[in-house]
Design a protein around this ligand. Structure first.
Ligand code: AMP
Length: 546
């Protein structure tokens, strides 16, 4: 294995990265550092976040900057503010031994005049988001005629976000003799076209073993009925008490709903989506980075540029439509040499999408079964015991004051019995929560349609409704009534029996009280809805001929 010294980096850099704990170059760094230090060819590098790509371009560029000049010599474009700040921080760490080297981040959503001021003072490396960069160019606040290195980081993301025109007009401001370094996790057609138009004979770098980060991710999927997704999510989280991860949702609304439900159910979670102000986003991210939050529920857009290295899990609450998005999501775990798990919760008709990802992304998925009550309870119990073992008891703790009385109370029990009682008390608590929890797994991988009468694993509760056929009630209106009043959850509805003056409706037993509570405040057909649990249906008697 090559060492950093062998790549040709100078002592100032070697000592700075030594302090950061970097021992050997990552595969992408081994390839790019000598190329950038010695040859000056344009480069296209396939690399995901987490593979050390900031070092891959930053480490060889920094020592080549002419610090006595005040011109911008390296321009790094990246998709988001978060990534922009992260790259700036990393570059500052790498260049700590070059005190006269200046790096300036410029990004949208912040005061432009402050950024213009710091550019005017003179800077060597600018890290920017495309929209803000273009704005600065239009205001003639930045001069790019001396840029030697143009670096496009997460180029595919920038194109996905619609920055194509911005990128092209920025590139047009930089000299033709520049060295262009393009980093991208995926290689869609658009990138190939861009490299043809804006790069000269680029050297393509694909790290033999793709990238180290992605290799360390296990891909799991759980197959459940669509309406069991949330219940499955809770169980997956419950059986993984040390989870620290991102739950990806498709829409802002879904992100909010899932985060709200998780919080209401006592999980340490919060949401990150586009409706939050920058200050709110920063606060959520701060809590997540500090691990005060275990679960971040986010949309793909909001999660772009999040740079958190030790995520244990990425959870796809829904599979994304685009396979590249899956690759991006799963690349957020298993980073910096750690192991990670990418979990997908799918329903039976989504199996073909798993197969498509396996084929295109060349990743094997493993089916896992949604854990059942006893498995979760056991896991939680051992987690609890571990926490008990790690609890520190300081001399000044007020617990000490009550201990003598506690000893006295428990004096009759011997050690074995004490353990038994405590464990049983804790175990019963978990068991109580999971009592009657159904098996959520689908055992048959179905290829196609599902019977209309299929009742899945749902236990139904039969409710009495005070409105019936004489009110011209239809089944569609009953379904509408439930859906409109139970926003954010999909309540499975069973049989609907419309009778003359009233009706019976079957709903998922788990939501029985919530449905009754919400619908009893509603009106239908000009009447106030009255809904209650129906008395059990009398057993049907067969018409026997005598
Ligand atoms: P990046 O792909 O640039 O986001 O880097 C992912 C993480 O790996 C960052 O926390 C880096 O500080 C870290 N890293 C980068 N290069 C190395 C290296 N050669 N050895 C150890 N950690 C590294």
């Amino acid at each position: 294995m090559q060492t950093f010294k062998e790549t040709g980096l100078p002592e100032e850099i070697l000592s700075a990265i030594g302090e950061l704990g970097y021992e050997t170059p990552t595969p992408i760094q081994s390839k790019t550092i000598p190329e950038i230090l010695n040859y000056g060819n344009d480069l296209i590098a396939l690399a995901q976040t987490g593979t050390g790509k900031t070092g891959a371009f930053g480490l060889p560029v920094i020592p080549q900057i002419e610090r006595e000049s005040k011109n911008v010599q390296a321009l790094i474009l990246c998709p988001t503010r978060e990534l922009c700040l992260q790259i700036t921080k990393d570059l500052k760490d790498y260049s700590k031994n070059y005190r006269d080297l200046y790096i300036t981040p410029v990004y949208g959503g912040a005061e432009i005049r402050t950024q213009i001021k710091s550019l005017k003072r003179g800077t060597h490396i600018v890290v920017g988001t495309p929209g803000r960069m273009n704005d600065l160019i239009n205001r003639k606040a930045i001069e790019l005629g001396e840029v030697r290195w143009l670096i496009l980081d997460e180029a595919d993301e920038m194109l996905n976000m619609g920055f194509k025109d911005d990128l092209e007009s920025i590139m047009a401001q930089t000299p033709e003799w520049r060295q262009t370094l393009l980093f991208s996790a995926t290689m869609p057609q658009e990138i190939a076209r861009m490299s043809k138009n804006y790069m000269q004979d680029p050297v393509e770098i694909s790290v033999g073993k793709k990238n180290q980060g992605a290799e360390k991710v296990d891909h799991h999927y759980y197959m459940v009925q669509a309406h069991d997704r949330y219940r499955a999510l809770k169980r997956i989280v419950d059986v993984t008490p040390d989870v620290y991860g991102i739950i990806f949702c498709r829409t802002r609304q879904e992100t909010k709903d899932i985060a709200d439900k998780l919080m209401a159910d006592g999980y340490n979670a919060d949401a990150l989506h586009g409706d939050l102000s920058q200050a709110q986003r920063d606060l959520v991210m701060h809590r997540f980075r500090k691990k005060h939050l275990q679960l971040l529920v986010a949309t793909d857009v909001a999660a772009r540029g999040i740079d958190v290295n030790d995520l244990t899990h990425v959870i796809n609450y829904n599979l994304p439509d685009d396979i590249e998005v899956y690759i991006h999501r799963s690349g957020r775990t298993g980073r910096a040499g750690k192991e990670g798990v990418s979990v997908s919760i799918i329903h039976s008709r989504e199996m073909h999408r798993i197969k498509a990802i396996e084929k295109i992304a060349k990743k094997a998925f493993e089916r896992k079964m949604v854990p059942k009550a006893d498995e979760i309870c056991e896991k939680q119990l051992f987690h609890f015991l571990e926490r008990v073992g790690q609890t520190e008891l300081e001399e000044s703790s007020p617990v000490n004051a009550v201990l003598p009385a506690v000893y006295e109370k428990l004096a009759e029990m011997d050690k074995e019995q004490l353990i038994k009682q405590f464990v049983a008390a804790e175990f019963n608590r978990f068991m109580e929560y999971y009592k009657d929890a159904p098996d959520l797994n689908i055992y048959k991988e179905e290829s196609g349609k599902k019977g209309r009468r299929d009742r899945g694993n749902v236990k139904f509760s039969r409710l009495f409704l005070n409105i019936g056929k004489t009110d011209k009630l239809t089944s569609g209106e009953v379904i509408g009534l439930i859906n409109n009043n139970m926003k954010g959850v999909t309540v499975k509805i069973g049989k609907i029996e419309l009778l003359r003056n009233f009706s019976f409706i079957e709903v998922d037993k788990e939501y029985e009280q919530e449905v009754i509570g919400k619908l009893n405040k509603a009106k239908l057909k000009g009447k106030k809805v009255s809904l209650e649990v129906a008395s059990p249906k009398p057993a049907r008697r067969k018409n026997k001929r005598r």
